[in-house]
Write a protein that binds this ligand. Structure first.
Ligand code: SAM
Length: 282
């Protein structure tokens, strides 16, 4: 397990992923009933942007830092407000030194009736995660294989749940594991909202993954992709993707509106683009 998210925390991919997560949670919290967030690959929860890892090639400068400095129209501001509020709450004044990971974002949004299960396998990261999420009785941190948790921890007893699957993609076959995992989990908990992150780098593997999902029998699948550049050779990460199974009905329109407005900020190359479309809309 070599992947270290600290090198990438707060980059354009984190920004898009975390905006989507906050939109899903905000929408689901319009209903009074409690919900469960299951974060299968949680990371450490809180990132120090002054650390050596975050400073080495400071990806967050073209991500969260650029976004915080940007002027956005009212409608877009409203969409990203819950996310930006969380980031601002962690930092003092205008100084940006800390960035929240997905489990901390979820934890900060929990209402008394909601619960968070954060899963991490890395032996050191799990300790940092426990430390960073400590003191909240609504949160449970577990040292476990996220692929196992994805199936074994659903359905949650709340019967309403958001399942974030954000693997590191450091090993071959991760796209296959992601497609198989969500198919199995969906069989056990068909009403869950599943948010599946994937890198946009290797087009062939990505297209095969999307085809597997399209043919999976799962009814409602939204595809959200944000490119910061054109593909290159050798391939490098030039975009970020998120599949949302059973998305809140407003998510499609919100992303269609907000993401293009983020292109000039997060994709200054001028070669970025956005794709928001239904993979299945049965
Ligand atoms: N979701 C986090 C966020 O948005 O802040 C970032 C997660 S990072 C992309 C992926 C994490 O998965 C790493 O912390 C890595 O240690 C962990 N990981 C790798 N393999 C795992 C596995 N099989 N089960 C659980 N966690 C795993």
């Amino acid at each position: 397990m070599n992947y270290r998210h600290a090198f990438h925390a707060g980059n354009f991919a984190d920004v898009i992923k975390h905006i989507i997560l906050t939109r899903i949670l905000s929408y689901m919290q319009r209903k009074e009933a409690g919900l469960r967030v299951l974060d299968t690959h949680a990371g450490i929860g809180l990132y120090d942007l002054t650390s050596e890892e975050a400073q080495r090639s400071p990806e967050w400068e073209q991500g969260i830092k650029a976004l915080l400095a940007a002027q956005l129209d009212e409608e877009v501001q409203q969409v990203i407000a819950p996310y930006l509020e969380i980031v601002k709450n962690l930092n003092e004044g205008d100084k940006l030194t800390r960035y929240p990971g997905s489990p901390l974002i979820a934890q900060m949004m929990l209402r008394p009736q909601d619960r968070l299960s954060a899963i991490e396998l890395h032996p050191q990261d799990i300790q940092r995660l426990e430390h960073n999420l400590a003191g909240d009785r609504k949160t449970k941190v577990t040292h476990l294989d996220g692929w196992q948790a994805l199936v074994a921890h659903v359905p949650p007893k709340e019967k309403r749940g958001v399942i974030l699957v954000d693997p590191p993609f450091e090993k071959a076959g991760e796209f296959g594991r992601l497609a198989d995992g969500v198919k199995k989990a969906h069989r056990r908990f068909s009403g869950g909202v599943y948010a599946l992150w994937y890198p946009i780098k290797d087009n062939e593997a990505k297209e095969h993954f999307l085809l597997q999902l399209r043919e999976s029998g799962i009814g409602k699948i939204l595809r959200i992709e944000f490119f910061i550049d054109k593909p290159s050779s050798p391939p490098k990460l030039h975009g970020t993707g998120m599949i949302v199974v059973n998305p809140p009905y407003v998510l499609h329109d919100e992303m269609k509106k907000a993401l293009p407005a983020l292109l000039p900020i997060l994709a200054p190359s001028g070669r970025g683009r956005v794709r928001v479309e239904w993979l299945r809309e049965d």
